[in-house]
Design a protein. Structure first.
Length: 313
């Protein structure tokens, strides 16, 4: 599934595989799976799903429940290959930064090599996109590289929380980045000295238990200082706003710089006119065009916005 995402550092997420066996207590993807799984016990009896001896599931068409509605995660957070989704990146023609398997760990030890090869084959049909991966098992990168099954054109990331050790080595022929999220302790930043470490992303825990596990500002400052020292771009997620207390640092490697200019939501524009309407709320109009501003434009401005057209020309 190709979804426009709220993950700040990419444009879309693509999930040909869902589910994970790491068991992280802070996992947002597991919470999402619980919301969109339907009746798992009933789903597993459906002939639409195929299960291998190792407990992995495959699905060749979108899963439909008894009412005919699509259930995106019919086995919850158990590993599932949605084979019908593989053509989706090639169907999107505008170049984008795409996070692959935001709802899984593609490189978990339980994932068959064949699933990984099928995913890479699908991505090879859309070379105009940038594809980014994150894993808690970066050793799998080395194993795939040794067998010639790790395409060098993608972006291979690993995740840290500060409570575990970073990989002893990074991979000299591949673009590597790190996501320190959630930042639960001050990590050893020695990995920043690797020449091919291209990017650092940091964020705080969100969801249940977040208030008890917020990072210290000095940890963030130490990461900022070390990134500046080593010349590594740094990207801060929105979850750090209340802790950092300054404008967030939003840097990208040159190849991942956003191509589309996003104009702020109209309500933050100096040309937006506010008209209180009692219990109905507030009406917003553009004083440049005298047009009403529909409320659905939550991320950007309407297509007819003069400022948008000027910025994107």
């Amino acid at each position: 599934m190709m979804n426009k995402t709220l993950i700040e550092w990419c444009d879309f997420t693509f999930n040909p595989i869902t589910g994970c066996r790491h068991g992280c207590q802070y996992c947002y993807a597991r919470r999402q799976a619980q919301r969109f799984c339907g009746d798992i016990r009933l789903n597993k009896t459906s002939e639409q799903l195929q299960q291998a001896e190792d407990g992995l599931w495959t699905l060749d068409e979108p899963f439909r429940n008894n009412q005919g509605k699509v259930t995106p995660l019919p086995v919850g957070f158990e590993p599932l290959l949605h084979r019908y989704r593989l053509p989706m990146p090639a169907q999107k023609k505008k170049p984008a930064n795409i996070f692959v398997c935001s709802m899984a760990d593609l490189f978990g030890e339980w994932v068959p090599d064949e699933w990984i090869r099928e995913t890479f084959a699908a991505l090879a049909k859309a070379p105009w996109h940038n594809f980014l991966f994150l894993t808690k098992n970066p050793r799998r990168y080395s194993q795939l590289a040794a067998s010639g099954d790790l395409p060098p054109e993608h972006w291979y990331g690993f995740t840290l929380t500060g409570t575990e050790e970073a990989p002893e080595q990074l991979y000299s022929n591949w673009r590597t980045f790190v996501s320190i999220e959630p930042l639960l302790a001050m990590p050893d930043l020695g990995f920043l000295k690797h020449d091919n470490l291209t990017w650092v992303i940091i964020g705080a825990q969100t969801g249940p238990g977040a208030k008890q596990n917020q990072p210290k500002r000095e940890w963030i400052q130490s990461i900022v200082d070390e990134c500046r020292k080593e010349g590594v771009p740094l990207f801060m997620k929105d979850s750090l706003l209340e802790i950092w207390k300054e404008p967030l640092i939003r840097e990208y490697p040159a190849e991942l710089e956003p191509k589309e200019v996003i104009i702020p939501h109209c309500r933050k524009c100096e040309h937006a006119k506010e008209t209180p309407q009692g219990n109905r709320g507030t009406r917003y109009d553009c004083d440049l065009t005298d047009k009403h501003i529909p409320g659905r434009y939550s991320r950007t401005s309407p297509p007819w916005c003069p400022r948008r057209k000027e910025e994107q020309s």
